[in-house]
Design a protein around this ligand. Sequence first.
Ligand code: ADP
Ligand code: MG
Length: 267
Amino acid sequence: MTTLEVRDVTKVYKLRSGFRSADLRAVDGVSFRLEPGRTTALVGQSGSGKSTIAKMLMHLERPTSGQILVDGAPVGRGRRAEVAYRSQVQMVFQDPFGSLNPYHSVGHHLERPVRLHHPRLGDTEVRERVLALLRRVRLDPAEDYAQRRPHELSGGQRQRVAIARALAPEPGILVADEPVSMLDVSIRLGVLNLLASLQEEDDLGVLYITHDLATARHFSDEILVMHRGTIVERGPADDVILRPQHDYTKTLRAASPDPERRLAELS
Ligand code: ADP
Ligand code: MG
């Protein structure tokens, strides 16, 4: 089990055009904690800084200031520390098409992380683990799916492969950045329900990034509302949605379809 803490993190991008340069504070003094068995939703409009937070959590970007702590300790440098970090913190991206390599089979995509994080396992055990991962994301018969290539799968099935790959190192934390927004509306709820049951089974701490308030409320314990790089409101999911305090949350709420109706549309 893992606790991940984001402490007063800021990310400034330097923008240059010609001789002029300007600072863009994409993320500005953000703090929150992800704990085992809890889902935290990060909501906000496009451009509010949500993906920048996800990228910093995945070490694809470095914070300009602030700290990211795992179980209370800062993450060390170097390859070994990075592999250890990756075995604790994993991510599912928005685009299930871009995140899988078209030349590799589904089995290959899952074998790599299993071998990386469990270097002592023999071939038979690796194979067993790959098949077990496919069954966990309900891609059954697993032997059949393992042989397929990404283009032979639907968007929803590809996202299930991406979820299986994220689970391969047996992480404690899962970051999901708009995990269903590129999928057909009819299959979104199925993928979100899968994430919810995997979370329960593994006691995962989940960061669910979305602009959809209805699923944020339904699938999360806590909601963080992000606006222009800062968290303007946070609290238990029902409180934030039913009794928003901040004007920006009220605007978001008013601009989004009725949460109950929207959830019904998805099911
Ligand atoms: P969100 O995921 O909420 O839509 P992002 O985190 O992607 O928002 O972007 C936040 C802000 O940072 C936006 O203004 C975006 O244009 C800017 N931004 C994101 N990545 C970069 C980058 N690599 N260089 C410069 N600006 C960036
Ligand atoms: Mg984004």
